[in-house]
Design a protein around this ligand. Structure first.
Ligand code: PMP
Length: 359
């Protein structure tokens, strides 16, 4: 059997412990998972209704082109239907981009620490990986530009960045894009787009006509509360979409997921409420950090990276044994921190009490 050496060096993705696993292991009744940046409110009532009344046949393959969802997203964003690609989560689109563009002849530039899947897929494809350290939780764009050369195929930007929550401003993004050679694909991963509350945060989907070498990634897993159904999408110039389409699985988004996602995008009132709740939740953490003298990055996502100046695994374990699942910073490139998803007001209050006990 022939395997790529690089793939053999990878560990499978470990998303942290499941609720059931923790419950069993520690004999706990109530477990709160604040580890994967999901929406504590779930999805909207309208979406729940659509899901519960779903009665199409499971025996029939889904629409591989996601026609109705495509129409809904296209009219919501004001882009052409041909400027969209749908994936089994944005995870799949990251995979499709890597599969389509990266080989051992090419290099790819990304920030570190950032979302793990850019690196993971680049390793699988055997591409040379050029990582540029964050500065103050933010992408070091001038340094990233320096890393780009004639062998660069893809550059990854994550804004707001997971795990720091720091975003790239419109001015920064545009001056970066102006410098990037036109044959390099720039991926702008905006998984947390809907949570951002900053006047200088760009609406990158509006840039696809001017910059024909960008693809903007968004997802239904975060604020839309549909992580389990797996739907994400990319917005790019038609030519890019056409190049990516062959590498995706033919029926990658299922019928129920398509239906739920198209309903979800039409219920923006719910999204506005969730955004507001998230901002209030972030304030709870900011207050706690300030009272306790802990440093953190002001976040534009639905998560916060808190530096406990202690072993992140130890803080993680302490919280786990008391019923809260978070992410240890050890796994995220911030060894003395933990990343906590903003939960409901009550969940936030609960974990903050336990964090105080730890201190
Ligand atoms: N990008 C970023 C920055 C993320 O944080 C995540 C999920 N953690 C994803 C992409 C993948 O999201 P999904 O596949 O659920 O759309």
């Amino acid at each position: 059997m022939k395997w790529k050496d690089a793939v053999l060096s990878l560990k499978p993705y470990q998303p942290g412990k499941s609720i059931q696993e923790v419950q069993k292991q520690y004999g706990l009744e109530s477990i709160t998972k604040l580890a994967s940046n999901e929406n504590p409110s779930g999805c909207s009532e309208t979406v729940k209704e659509v899901i519960s009344s779903f009665n199409e046949s499971y025996a029939i393959y889904p629409d591989g082109y996601a026609t109705m969802l495509r129409q809904a997203v296209s009219s919501y964003l004001g882009v052409k239907e041909t400027e969209l690609i749908f994936g089994n989560g944005t995870d799949e689109i990251i995979q499709v981009i890597s599969r389509s563009l990266l080989t051992s002849n090419w290099n790819t530039v990304m920030a570190t620490p950032s979302f793990s899947q850019y690196r993971h897929n680049a390793v699988i494809e055997g591409a040379e990986i050029r990582e540029v350290e964050l500065v103050g939780g933010a992408h070091n764009l001038p340094r990233m530009l320096e890393e780009i050369d004639e062998n660069t195929a893809v550059v990854w930007l994550c804004t707001p960045n997971n795990p720091t929550g720091v975003y790239i401003t419109e001015a920064e993004l545009i001056s970066f894009l102006k410098e990037v050679p036109k044959d390099v694909l720039v991926v702008i991963d905006e998984a947390y787009f809907e949570y951002v509350d900053a006047a200088d945060y760009p609406d990158s989907t509006k840039l696809i006509e001017t910059y024909k070498n960008i693809i903007v990634l968004r997802t239904f897993s975060k604020i839309y509360g549909l992580a389990s159904l797996r739907v994400g999408y990319g917005v790019a110039n038609e030519e890019i979409i056409q190049k990516l389409e062959p590498a995706r699985a033919p029926f990658n988004t299922n019928t129920l997921a398509q239906l739920a996602a198209m309903t979800a995008i039409s219920d923006q009132e719910f999204i506005a409420e969730c955004k507001l709740e998230n901002r209030k939740g972030l304030q709870q953490y900011y207050r706690f950090c300030e009272e306790e003298g802990l440093s953190y990055y002001p976040s534009q996502g639905n998560f916060i990276l808190i530096d406990f100046q202690a072993d992140g695994d130890e803080v993680f374990q302490f919280l786990l044994e008391r019923g809260f699942i978070v992410r240890s910073g050890q796994a995220l490139g911030f060894p003395t921190s933990v990343r906590v998803t903003v939960g409901s007001a009550e969940q936030n209050k609960g974990i903050i009490e336990i964090m105080k006990e730890y201190l």
